[in-house]
Write a protein that binds this ligand. Structure first.
Ligand code: MG
Length: 448
């Protein structure tokens, strides 16, 4: 039963493969079709097999071991507020930031209406990739299996399971796991080699004595996420219900499971003491290097063009003239981001003499810019922007524009501010000859 390679999907284990999925660790992530370029959720494209990875977060438990003390004891640990944000919100946020993941499924207890409302409200802008299912079971395995089956029905052929109570998982660690698993063609988990000397105690729980020192050389501590071919994980969990993590079930099937080095910061909130450790780690990541950038753009209003502002079609007889769709707001934001990251400007990256960008949806340009920002280890903190137009009135479109921007930028709606102003009939905007936009972006270095 050893080393049986799962048959589905048939990925090449060839590490010299030049396909987008055959990556060295730390290399560029595999190519992803972005939602903004298509309409479907992101998926990784392999030359022979479409790999679709969904995440499943089991969150139906009540954390019997977790009692943070006065006033908070009744809260399940995934709803404990860490730095002003529920643990589960941080966890979901971390997974949604990984564009290699298609859907993110959160499996709640059937009665957990409050949890569903919290997530729906916090992730209103990214609802297309977040799925909440109140079908969790009594055991972790039941919730994972329920979410896994939904993911599979929605087209996932790989599933990444992650603990709701590990909020500090980094994008880099997730991408490292995906890269290794897809390259090798079998499942894997994040883990840490044991560094302390390990003792086994005799059976007396209250006054333990050492029975044996265990050689630690080959010992690892398992973390999540854990990533497996969906078919194999369904089979494993159905056949072996009594396991404490998904890898254990896969091991029992006899499939290989690769160990990928995780991060000490990927702590699971289990005991009340963990709150302090998580808060310390969060504080370290809460003091990052910050950069600010500004962007400005102008386009002329002409007949016969669609008016696009912030990725939203505005009902108006005139549209903006340009090589692309001339979305003045997206161009200003793109320039603000490039400016903050010290990466030049929109004209350098997407020259208006390049036929490739003729008529292009500017959301594609912004998505590519967000990719570049993230590949340089920056994360977007917030965007503030202003559109100056005498006509049309843009305030009725405010919510749609903010939703659109939040999705393009892959950040929370609350991190996007949009303002519309007239020009008091002065200047080219005031005369209705054109529209201008300004944006400010703040970015921070991503700390893992
Ligand atoms: Mg422009």
């Amino acid at each position: 039963m050893m080393n049986k390679i799962p048959q589905d999907p048939p990925l090449s284990p060839d590490t010299n493969d030049s396909s987008p999925l055959a990556l060295p660790e730390g290399g560029d992530p595999p190519h992803v079709d972005l939602r903004s370029e298509g309409g479907d959720p992101p998926h990784v494209v392999h030359r022979r097999t479409r790999v679709s990875i969904h995440a499943v977060i089991p969150a139906a438990g009540f954390g019997q071991r977790f009692d943070p003390g006065a006033g908070s004891a009744s809260k399940a640990k995934q709803y404990y507020e860490l730095g002003g944000e529920a643990v589960i919100v941080r966890t979901v946020s971390a997974l949604l930031a990984v564009e290699l993941l298609g859907m993110v499924w959160v499996v709640l207890a059937p009665a957990d209406q409050e949890g569903q409302s919290l997530l729906e409200q916090r992730f209103a802008a990214c609802h297309q990739r977040l799925r909440i299912a109140r079908i969790g079971g009594a055991q972790r395995r039941d919730s994972v299996l329920a979410g896994l089956k939904l993911a599979k029905e929605s087209g996932a052929n790989w599933v990444m399971v992650h603990d709701a109570a590990r909020p500090l998982i980094s994008r880099a660690a997730i991408e490292r796991l995906i890269s290794r698993c897809l390259r090798q063609g079998h499942g894997g988990i994040l883990g840490l080699p044991v560094v302390d000397t390990v003792k086994r105690a005799r059976s007396e729980p209250n006054d333990p004595l050492i029975e044996q020192t265990i050689p630690r050389e080959r010992l690892w501590l398992a973390q999540t996420p854990q990533l497996f071919p969906a078919d194999r994980l369904v089979l494993a969990l159905e056949r072996f219900p009594e396991v404490t993590d998904e890898a254990a079930a896969i091991e029992k099937l006899g499939d290989p499971v690769v160990l990928v080095k995780g991060e000490p910061g990927n702590i699971k909130l289990t005991y009340a003491d963990d709150v302090h450790e998580l808060a310390l780690r969060l504080n370290q990541t809460a003091n990052p290097l910050l950069r600010v950038g500004e962007g400005y753009d102008v386009h002329a209003l002409v007949p016969g063009r669609a008016l696009m502002i912030g990725g939203v079609r505005i009902d108006y007889p005139l549209g903006l003239l340009g090589h692309s769709d001339a979305d003045v707001l997206l161009h200003a934001i793109t320039d603000a981001l490039l400016g903050a990251a010290g990466l030049g400007d929109i004209g350098t990256h997407f020259p208006d003499h390049d036929p490739k960008w003729r008529g292009v949806d500017s959301r594609v340009l912004l998505s590519k810019t967000v990719d570049a920002i993230q590949q340089h280890a920056w994360s977007i903190q917030n965007i503030d922007c202003t559109v100056v137009a005498q006509r049309p009135k843009l305030l009725p479109y405010r919510d749609a524009i903010i939703d659109s921007l939040a999705c393009c930028l892959r950040i929370e709606r609350q991190a996007v501010n949009f303002k519309a102003k007239t020009q008091e009939l002065l200047g080219f905007e005031g005369r209705g000859e054109g529209i201008s936009a300004r944006a400010v972006a703040m970015i921070a270095n991503s700390v893992s």
